[in-house]
Design a binder for this molecule. Structure first.
Ligand code: ANZ
Ligand code: ZN
Length: 806
């Protein structure tokens, strides 16, 4: 008898897979249907964690199953390898970011290989490799040419400690996501992608994504934040200036008692220039720059503002109201200006109460207009249209929609990212680098002080260049791109990763895309997925691809918890995957994360659970070891006893269940539970004197096949043990035998008041309840009890149903 030696087994099959290039995919082979399954690629921190194990085990089951189902499966892996941690390591420990990154990649790749994942490693990519970022730069240039990339001066989130611009989503509760310092505002020239150009498409597209979790779509909808309203035009008294406001409540226009501009608004600067208010306004603006958007706009935030010396005329009634600036008005939403209606808006109300401004109600409790002249008595909804129409006639209003979505600020004052491929020429301005000159390589002669502007400015070789247009001296852009840019198109590059001429062959990419199944953490529900969707739409616009959405189906896996809270280094409640692999093997680790919870739910780590999985695998191993000679024989299936019948029923119903779970629902845990049940039945069946060797053979082969996608090393080993040649992953997924699922039928009688009225043919193990139901629904029985009261129904399993009527 042999013993399950997981170390030997796993090493053996990993070596074999590598030697035979088992997981190589030819993306040009379109003789089979195509299936693209993808897990979100990791940042190479250097160590895999349980979240990775879970994410990649799920993807691996999908990939292996689809391959056995007959698809040409693409299942690649790579590295999201630009980013701040590498640079911080450089600043802290003096290691060059490239060295740090590539060493981490090596380590992590070795760790991933221990898990036995079916990646085609020939498709591996790293976003920090010049042969990848060359094309990231090319895409930037294409977007620039198409007007989808532009530069503008704007207020950005600035972390004084990291000395870098942060995207809104990198600011958490007013603090830097990375170092926890308070984030301030700073005015800078920045590069943007025009995500807002696709706001409506990004929103509408969600309706088509049937394979996405509803909660992710809701998060994206909220982020895009479409609102319907109107733009109304107000005159500023004593000037030629107009003030345009965005409001969702034009019905409240008669209730306007003051007007408000965002403090940073250029209009404010103009209006107060040379007046007694100028100095105080400047001071106020300065103060605002130390505040985050959240601090300024939270419902309970202290309202602050000041009168700026001007009055505005309300176009509906000619009323003169004061013009203020206020902290809660944001420059980059709507028009950066509002009409304030303190009677019906909470923030305006708090402001009015603080500064003693008028409050005039214009909507009553029934939602009808009051204090609104000819509109009095109208329902507020109707009044929204009517008042907008009235103002529209005077050229003072129009219906509009607004999106909360902003353009994507992509430039970073950082080293370890993709250099932005433009130069600045005194004569020609911003000049794109020629495509032939790509990649613009990151220089290596850079100092990492963690202070000052972009580190690229410290390079002697990088900054100075010549203008591609006129040949005069010019300087390079010293910023690099947000790493979300890198991860917005990597799934396209995998399909054609060796292409040196082009970023990818569009025709090939169009064949493979969209990704059939994308799997990753819910923390990427907004930014990454939205940016990847934007890239797809923008690449379509510039003619590179012909599809609208990158990911057809999305699975967001739950977290791995320890004692109810997320495993994290800072909490010190982590379990190292390497230790688990060392102690129990990768197959046990995989089986545990797949079995302990449905993929989209959080999973509670349990040492007993792991041990249970390990014992289970040992049990399977022993079973196969004991029966392997029978399986190797040519025994034929012969069903003679009811146990034979029941065993075959269990084999095929399990196969049916597992197939269903794997192809539609990702019910890996229930699939494994069914498999465990099948193994229990097989243990009992093999002890019978009447056992049939053909059925044992069928059962063991089925068990091994079903188990293989979950625990691939074990799958291969057992397959070999029963004398099969070649990889189990080259066989076709078996089809269940419909005939084995037909249960025995028996005949029962139905009596009414003791007299036999009907005979029924039913399933042998039908429940009492179902028998009663079947009897009462029978036409003959119905006829004989017609018009009478049913007093009692008694069912005797496998025999009869007795009905008493009066
Ligand atoms: C008058 C009014 C009366 C408003 C009322 C609301 C209630 P959503 O739905 O999020 O689009 N607003 C407009 N631009 C703003 C800015 N730049 N900064 C801060 N607030 C701004 O919100 C639109 C409403 O938010 C607008 O409608 C405006 O206030 C305010 F009873 O106008 B409302
Ligand atoms: Zn020039």
């Amino acid at each position: 008898m042999s013993v399950y030696n997981f170390k030997k087994v796993e090493a053996k099959w990993q070596k074999k897979w590598e030697e035979t290039n088992q997981y190589k995919t030819d993306t040009r082979d379109t003789s089979k249907p195509l299936y693209y399954t993808l897990e979100m690629f990791p940042y190479p921190s250097g160590k895999i964690h349980m979240g990775h194990v879970r994410n990649y085990s799920i993807g691996d089951v999908v990939a292996r199953f689809k391959k056995m189902e007959g698809y040409n499966v693409l299942h690649p892996m790579g590295w999201d390898s630009f980013g701040l941690p590498a640079e911080n390591a450089a600043i802290k420990h003096g290691i060059h970011p490239a060295k740090w990154t590539y060493e981490n990649i090596d380590d992590m790749k070795n760790q991933l290989k221990l898990l036995g994942l079916s990646y085609d490693w020939e498709r591996e990519l790293a976003t920090s490799n010049p042969d990848y970022y060359k094309f990231t730069q090319e895409i930037f240039l294409k977007f620039l040419e198409a007007g989808l990339a532009y530069k503008k001066k704007s207020y950005v989130n600035w972390c004084p400690s990291c000395e870098t611009v942060l995207a809104n989503e990198q600011v958490v509760g007013g603090k830097c996501e990375r170092c926890d310092s308070t984030v301030i505002k700073k005015e800078l020239e920045q590069w943007y992608f025009k995500t807002t150009e696709f706001a409506e498409e990004l929103l509408q597209g969600l309706d088509e994504l049937d394979g996405w979790p509803e909660k992710v779509k809701t998060m994206q909808r909220n982020w895009i934040g479409k609102s319907h309203g109107a733009e109304l035009v107000f005159d500023i008294e004593g000037t030629d200036e107009k003030m345009v406001v965005y409001t969702t409540r034009p019905d409240t226009t008669y209730g306007v008692t003051f007007m408000c501009l965002a403090p940073e608004s250029p209009l404010v600067k103009e209006l107060v220039a040379g007046t007694e208010y100028e100095e105080a306004v400047n001071e106020f603006v300065q103060k605002m720059h130390t505040k985050t958007e959240i601090e300024r706009t939270a419902a309970d935030a202290e309202k602050e503002g000041m009168f700026i010396g001007k009055y505005v005329i309300n176009p509906v009634n000619g009323k003169r109201v004061p013009l203020w600036i206020a902290n809660y008005i944001l420059m980059d939403y709507g028009t950066g200006a509002i009409m304030a209606v303190p009677a019906h808006d909470d923030r305006d109300k708090a402001f009015a109460e603080k500064y003693n401004l008028d409050i005039i109600p214009v909507i009553d409790e029934d939602g009808k207009l009051i204090n609104s002249e000819e509109f009095n008595g109208l329902d507020y909804k109707t009044a929204q249209d009517k008042i907008t129409e009235k103002l529209a006639k005077e050229g003072r209003g129009k219906k509009t929609v607004n999106y909360r979505l902003r353009d994507w600020l992509l430039s970073r004052q950082r080293y370890w990212g993709v250099p932005i491929p433009v130069v600045y020429c005194e004569d020609c301005g911003i000049v794109p680098v020629n495509k032939e000159d790509l990649p613009i390589l990151l220089p290596t002669d850079v100092e990492f002080t963690g202070k000052g502007e972009s580190p690229l400015t410290t390079s002697k070789t990088f900054v100075n260049t010549v203008c591609p247009k006129c040949g005069k001296p010019a300087t390079r852009d010293v910023d690099t791109m947000d790493t979300f840019v890198d991860s917005s198109w990597y799934f396209l590059r995998y399909i054609d990763n060796k292409n040196e001429e082009k970023m990818f062959d569009s025709e090939l990419v169009n064949k493979w895309m969209p990704v059939d199944q994308y799997i990753g953490g819910v923390e990427h529900a907004i930014m990454h997925l939205l940016y990847a969707r934007f890239f797809t739409k923008a690449l379509k616009k510039v003619g590179m691809v012909d599809f609208d959405e990158p990911f057809k189906n999305l699975l967001t896996q739950g977290m791995v918890l320890m004692d109810g809270s997320k495993m994290s280094k800072s909490k010190g409640n982590t379990v190292s995957p390497l230790e688990i692999i060392d102690e129990y093997g990768a197959d046990t680790a995989r089986l545990f994360v797949l079995f302990a919870a449905p993929p989209e739910r959080d999973l509670d780590w349990s040492e007993q659970g792991v041990e249970g999985c390990f014992r289970f695998l040992n049990r399977v191993y022993r079973l196969v070891d004991e029966l392997k000679d029978i399986v190797k024989s040519n025994a034929e299936i012969k069903v003679s006893t009811k146990e034979d019948k029941a065993m075959r029923y269990t084999i095929h119903s399990t196969l049916k269940k597992v197939t269903g779970e794997l192809s539609e629902k990702f019910g890996f845990n229930t699939a494994i539970a069914a498999l465990m049940e099948l193994i229990n039945e097989m243990y009992k069946y093999k002890e019978l004197d009447t056992r049939n060797d053909g059925i044992i053979k069928e059962g063991i082969e089925t068990i091994i096949t079903i188990l293989a996608p979950f625990t691939p090393h074990m799958g291969e080993e057992l397959w070999e043990m029963i004398g099969k040649e070649g990889s189990i992953f080259d066989i076709s997924w078996p089809e269940y035998d419909e005939k084995a699922l037909v249960k025995d039928e028996i005949e029962i009688v139905v009596q009414v008041n003791g007299k036999v009225r009907a005979k029924l043919s039913i399933d042998a193990d039908m429940s009492k309840e179902d028998m009663e139901k079947a009897a009462l629904e029978n036409e003959k029985v119905k006829a004989s009890i017609d018009g009478k009261n049913v007093v009692k129904v008694v069912a005797v399993p496998k025999k009869l149903v007795n009905i008493v009527v009066k």
